[in-house]
Ligand binder design. Structure first.
Ligand SMILES: Cc1cc2nc3c(=O)[nH]c(=O)nc-3n(C[C@H](O)[C@H](O)[C@H](O)COP(=O)(O)OP(=O)(O)OC[C@H]3O[C@@H](n4cnc5c(N)ncnc54)[C@H](O)[C@@H]3O)c2cc1C
Length: 292
């Protein structure tokens, strides 16, 4: 299966989708039924989260392997090091390798709600740069490694310059590319890219884009991760928050505009947070391709 960096070597811009592992068996089967539709859109790669929002950690590898074997789409397994010992991380990476997975998004993750005081000891990783370094040390070039980036700074490091330095560390330790946190003000993304370029980071910084489908859920999520919601987004979505159809249509419209402006401004592709929903991404990708 292709490494993400091999795709970059012959494609200037990539389109990719992110899924999360559903909590229930029923949700899992639904996701498997949905993947052929999204894979038919020919994404350059797909990624699957790890434990985000309490989702099952074990299912991440199953989903990634399934997509690679049945749909032949290169896939990225997210891996968070929070709660894991170094030995456990090594076992997971070994299993990935055995299952033909060669793309990983190396993350720290967050202590879960039921264990908020968890702190890393000497057998754990404290930051994701340590995980990146560990992967490179133990698995050499087997994995193409992506990392998370935060155009507005990370919740624990709102100083954007310092957070960009921390991002640079991940690249120095061996990460190949960056996927960003969602954002709604494209200028935040462009400023982030230029901060990183000034620091000497030349890797691809792929914007993570969320098609809005639920205003209340968006407000909740952004307050947790401290991503800003622009006044424009509030103005469009708040008045129609109770109307699912109108929100869906406005979300597609907003996402198309945001995506086009990012691509025109030089973004090296788009990574869509699908929230395991087919329709918005289906319409958006077809809209972007029809327009290109
Ligand atoms: C694209 C993307 C995908 C994600 N996928 C998942 C997922 O699958 N599962 C999940 O649970 N979560 C996921 N997350 C959320 C992510 O795990 C959290 O945002 C987490 O809080 C930060 O992870 P990180 O890898 O960026 O951490 P790190 O890179 O370790 O950074 C964490 C904090 O530490 C700071 N820092 C780094 N180095 C140092 C240092 N040397 N000294 C002091 N401070 C430092 C950083 O500035 C930052 O504030 C994802 C986020 C993004 C953007």
């Amino acid at each position: 299966m292709q490494r993400i960096t091999d795709i970059f070597s012959h494609k200037n811009k990539t389109f990719s989708f992110e899924f999360f592992p559903p909590k229930t068996e029923e949700g899992y089967l639904k996701l498997l039924n949905m993947t052929p539709i999204l894979c038919a859109l020919n994404p350059d790669f797909i990624s699957c989260t790890y434990g985000a929002g309490g989702g099952s950690r074990e299912k991440t590898l199953d989903i990634v392997e399934h997509i690679q074997i049945h749909h032949h789409v290169p896939s990225v397994a997210h891996l968070t090091c929070v709660l894991h010992t170094k030995d456990q991380v090594k076992n997971i990476l070994t299993e990935m390798k055995q299952r033909g997975i060669c793309n990983v998004l190396a993350l720290r993750g967050d202590a879960p709600k039921d264990n908020p005081d968890w702190t890393p000891g000497k057998n754990n990783f404290k930051y994701s740069w340590e995980l990146v370094a560990y992967i490179r040390e133990h698995f050499k070039d087997h994995f193409s490694i992506g990392v998370a980036g935060f155009p507005e700074g990370h919740i624990l490091c709102p100083d954007r310059n310092l957070d960009s330095q921390h991002l640079k560390n991940k690249i120095t330790e061996g990460a190949d590319y960056v996927i960003t946190q969602l954002f709604f003000n494209n200028q935040d993304y462009f400023d982030y890219v230029s901060r990183l370029r000034k620091l000497g980071v030349s890797s691809r910084i792929i914007p993570g884009i969320l098609p809005i489908t639920d205003y209340q859920a968006l407000v909740r999520f952004c307050s947790m991760c401290k991503a800003s919601i622009t006044q424009e987004v509030h103005d469009i979505f708040k008045p129609i928050a109770e109307d699912r159809e109108k929100t869906l249509a406005a979300g597609i419209d907003f996402c198309l505009k945001q995506s086009r402006s990012l691509l025109q401004g030089g973004a090296p592709g788009l990574h869509f947070y699908t929230l395991n929903k087919v329709h918005p991404v289906d319409v958006i990708i077809k809209g972007l391709r029809g327009n290109s």
